[in-house]
Design a protein around this ligand. Structure first.
Ligand SMILES: [Zn+2]
Length: 188
């Protein structure tokens, strides 16, 4: 079976939260930068967000008052260097965001990889660096330029299938997922 790989990349999602300067709920963009504050033997780490409207800063707490010796030196270095994967890990932590009064927005994403050939079947791999809050169906619709209705038909007819137990329409990107795509879907 022909094997095709699509790589999905996603922006760090913005959040909605109350902005004191604006006096209303605003969209905050994730800067992808950390603030690390070392005081005596304790460390605080935040991920920095900015109000799109007035540029006010909001710091998402990552670690509060942890003991400096308790953090792995390599990990601390990654915070100092604003490691992109680490920023994504926190910016995509929906529980952490909600705990801090922020509602995550659905992130924009891009799909890179060759188009499906005519004929089939094809083993289609969707790969991203870390689990993303993006539905598999959204990736298929964007890359194949399908309406919801067309995608539903292809899934109902079994032309696009996931592994047993995988509900393609509801599944979010886990990091790597394999689908099987049959002829009639690749003729699109
Ligand atoms: Zn503001």
């Amino acid at each position: 079976m022909k094997r095709i790989v699509w790589y999905i990349q996603c922006e760090l999602p913005a959040v909605l939260r109350y902005c004191k300067s604006c006096g209303t709920k605003r969209e905050y963009r994730c800067s992808g930068q950390f603030r690390v504050n070392a005081q005596r033997k304790h460390l605080d780490i935040w991920l920095i967000y900015r109000c799109l409207h007035c540029d006010a800063t909001w710091n998402l707490p990552i670690c509060s008052r942890i003991r400096s010796v308790g953090i792995d030196a390599d990990l601390l270095e990654r915070y100092h260097n604003n490691d992109r994967k680490l920023a994504a890990q926190h910016a995509l932590n929906m529980g952490l965001l909600r705990q801090n009064g922020a509602i995550p927005c659905v992130p924009a994403f891009t799909v890179a990889g060759e188009n499906l050939p005519t004929g089939g079947p094809v083993e289609l791999h969707l790969i991203c660096d870390y689990p993303l809050p993006v539905k598999v169906s959204a990736v298929l619709r964007q890359k194949l330029n399908l309406s919801c209705r067309m995608l539903n038909q292809l899934i109902d007819s079994g032309s696009i299938k996931g592994a047993p137990g995988i509900h393609v329409l509801e599944q979010k990107l886990p990091g790597h997922i394999t689908l099987t795509v049959q002829n009639d879907a690749t003729d699109l």
